[in-house]
Write a protein that binds this ligand. Structure first.
Ligand code: GDP
Length: 521
C-alpha cells in the first residue's frame, strides 16, 4: 500500500517549444537526478552519437522516442514519461498517455493553446486523465492571464482553476502569488535555483512593501476576481478530470517550478485501477499484472534487440519470476529488467504498480501485450487512431521480400505506424500521422532489415473501423465498397474513404453501420 500510494506516474505534454524539456529538466534537478541544467539536452545528443537510426533525430533536432525518468522527491516516487515533441509521432504520445495516471500540460504564455495541446487534451479527456496546466515563459511578454484562462477553458473544453497568480509579466514580471499555499514568491531572474518565499497576508501593507503599491493593488483586484469567477479548488474534481489547476511560471528561470512540483506530488493521483476486457484490476491486488505500451527501436545498432516498456498495474514484479505472456500463452522469466534514471538505466529486482520497467525484447512483444502470474487478462485502452496520411508500401528489391515483410511486421508491432491490407488488390497500405514516420520506416527497414521499400501514392481521406448489429447491411456495405475495404492487423474491417464527401454519403446511406475513428469502441 505504502509503495503504491507514494507513486506518481505522469507525462509532461506540450506543443513543441512550449518548454516541456526545460520543465522536465528542472524537475530532475529538484529530484537530485541531475546536477546541472542542460543535462537532459546533452543526454539527447549523446544518445544520437551512439545510435544509428537516431541520426534522424539529430538531423531534425527532435526527440523521436519516448523515454522514462524516475526520481524520489519528498518521500514520493515520481515517474516521468517523456514524449516525443514532434507531431508526426503523436500516436506514440497518445499511447504513452495510456500508461500514466495524470499529466502536466505546458502552455507558452505568448502562444496560448496550440494544435498539439488541443489534440493531447482530447486524449486526456477520453480517458478522464487528471491534468495540471503550467503556463510557461512568464518572463516574456505574453497574453493577459484572464484571457489565457478563457482560452484554455474554451479550446481545451475543461474547467480551470488558477492555483497561482502572476504579478506582471515580461520585463516587469515580479513573481507569483501561490494561491494554493497562500505565499508570495518573488522572482529574481539571475538567481537560478532560489526563489524568495515570503508568507504575507494579501491585505497587509507588507505586500506593498514587497511589490509596490500599484502592483499590490492590482494583485488584490485580480485575486478577488479569480475567487469570484472560479469555484474553490476541489482535489476530487481534479482527480476525476473535471477541473484543471493552473500554475504560472518560467521553467527556464526555474520559477514556479518547485511550487508546481510540490502541489503536484500532493494532489496528483497514485496508480489507479486498470480496465481489462475481463475485469477491472486494482493496483493493490497481490498478483503481478502489467502491459506493454511502448517498444523502443534499436538503441544499439550492433544487436537487434529492443526494449519493451511495461507498466505495472498490480502486485509486485520480481526479477526471474515466471510470468505468463497472455497472447503467446508462454511462460517467461526476465533476468535483467531495467529501470530508468535520468541518464542511465539499471537492473532492478522488484517494481510496484505505477512503475515502468524495461524488458529486453527480441521480437516477442507487441504493443498492448499483457503479462500476468497466470490469469487470462487483456488490458484495454491502447487505441489506434485513424491515420492522417496513407501510402502503398512496395518491395524495391525482389531478393529481399522476406526481410521486408519481417521488417514491416516488427515495426508495426512496435507501433511505428498502422498497416492495412486492401482486400480488393491485396496491396499493403501504411497509415501514419505525419511524413516523418514514412522516412523512419524506410530508414529502419534498410538499416535493420537490409530491405528496400518504395512508396506509392494512394489517395485516401480517412480509414475507419466499421461495425453493425445488422450483418446483412454490413455485407451489403462491404459488397458496394469492395474496392475500398481493408483489414487491419487484427483482421478487423476497415473502410478506406477517399474523400470526406464519400464518407458522409456512406454514413447517410448506411444508417445501421457505425463508423469509428479510433480502434477502441
Ligand atoms: P519543448 O519542445 O516543449 O521540449 O521545449 P524546450 O524545453 O526545448 O524549450 C523551447 C525553447 O523555449 C528553448 O529555447 C528554451 O530555452 C525556451 N524556454 C523554455 N522555458 C522558458 C521560459 O520560461 N522562458 C523563456 N524565455 N524561454 C523558455
Amino acid at each position: 500500500m505504502t509503495e503504491i500510494e507514494r507513486r506518481r506516474t505522469f507525462a509532461i505534454i506540450s506543443h513543441p517549444d512550449a518548454g516541456k524539456t526545460t520543465l522536465t529538466e528542472k524537475f530532475l534537478l529538484f529530484g537530485g537526478q541531475i546536477q546541472v541544467a542542460g543535462a537532459v539536452k546533452s543526454n539527447k545528443i549523446r544518445k544520437t552519437a551512439t545510435s544509428d537510426w537516431m541520426d534522424i533525430e539529430k538531423q531534425r533536432g527532435i526527440s523521436v522516442s519516448t523515454s522514462v525518468m524516475e526520481f524520489d522527491y519528498e518521500g514520493y516516487k515520481v515517474n516521468i514519461l517523456d514524449t516525443p515533441g514532434h507531431q508526426d509521432f503523436a500516436e506514440d504520445t497518445y499511447r504513452t498517455l495510456t500508461a500514466v495516471d495524470s499529466a502536466i500540460i505546458v502552455v507558452d504564455s505568448a502562444k496560448g493553446v496550440e494544435t498539439q495541446t488541443r489534440k493531447l487534451m482530447e486524449v486526456c479527456r477520453m480517458r478522464n486523465t487528471p491534468v495540471i496546466i503550467f503556463i510557461n515563459k512568464m518572463d516574456r511578454e505574453g497574453r493577459d492571464p484572464f484571457d489565457l484562462l478563457d482560452e484554455l477553458e474554451e479550446e481545451l473544453q475543461i474547467n480551470v482553476r488558477p492555483l497561482s497568480w502572476p504579478i506582471n509579466q515580461g520585463a516587469r514580471f515580479k513573481g507569483v502569488f501561490n494561491i494554493y499555499e497562500n505565499q508570495l514568491q518573488l522572482f529574481t531572474p539571475d538567481k537560478q535555483r532560489v526563489t524568495e518565499k515570503v508568507e504575507v497576508n494579501v491585505n497587509s501593507d507588507e505586500l506593498n512593501g514587497h511589490i509596490g503599491d500599484q502592483d499590490a493593488q492590482k494583485l488584490r483586484d485580480d485575486l478577488e476576481l479569480v475567487d469570484g469567477v472560479y469555484p474553490e479548488f476541489d482535489v476530487n474534481t481534479y482527480r476525476e478530470g473535471r477541473v484543471a489547476p493552473v500554475f504560472f511560471g518560467s521553467a527556464l528561470n526555474n520559477f514556479g517550478v518547485q511550487e508546481l512540483l510540490n502541489c503536484f506530488v500532493e494532489i496528483a493521483p497514485s496508480p489507479k485501477p486498470t480496465m481489462a476486457e475481463e475485469r477491472e484490476v486494482q493496483p493493490t491486488e497481490p498478483k503481478f499484472t502489467g502491459f506493454i505500451f511502448k517498444i523502443t527501436a534499436n538503441i544499439d545498432p550492433n544487436h537487434r534487440s529492443c526494449i519493451a516498456f511495461c507498466k505495472i498495474c498490480s502486485g509486485k514484479f520480481e526479477r526471474n519470476q515466471p510470468y505468463r505472456h497472455v497472447r503467446l500463452d508462454k511462460t517467461l522469466r526476465f533476468s535483467s529488467p531495467t529501470q530508468f534514471m535520468a541518464q542511465r538505466k539499471s537492473t532492478i529486482d522488484e517494481a510496484y504498480p505505477g512503475d515502468i520497467i524495461g524488458l529486453p525484447d527480441n521480437g516477442i512483444f507487441k504493443i498492448g501485450d499483457t503479462l500476468t502470474e497466470g490469469e487470462l487478462l487483456h488490458f484495454r485502452g491502447l487505441p489506434s487512431f485513424s491515420p492522417e496520411m496513407f501510402k502503398y508500401i512496395e518491395n524495391d528489391d525482389p531478393m529481399k521480400a522476406k526481410q521486408l515483410n519481417k521488417g514491416i511486421e516488427q515495426l508495426m508491432d512496435e507501433g511505428v505506424a498502422q498497416l492495412f491490407v486492401n482486400q480488393f488488390n491485396g496491396r499493403k497500405i501504411i497509415g501514419t500521422v505525419g511524413q516523418l514516420q514514412f522516412e523512419v520506416i524506410e530508414y529502419r527497414l534498410q538499416n535493420e532489415y537490409n530491405a528496400k521499400c518504395r512508396w506509392e501514392p494512394v489517395h485516401l481521406h480517412k480509414a475507419c473501423w466499421i461495425e453493425s448489429d445488422d450483418p446483412k447491411e454490413l455485407e451489403n456495405f462491404k459488397k458496394r465498397k469492395y474496392q475500398y475495404m481493408a483489414k487491419d492487423r487484427e483482421g478487423r474491417d476497415v473502410f478506406l474513404a477517399d474523400s470526406g464527401y464519400v464518407l458522409s454519403m456512406a454514413q447517410q446511406d448506411f444508417e445501421h453501420i457505425k463508423f469509428h475513428f479510433t480502434s477502441e469502441f
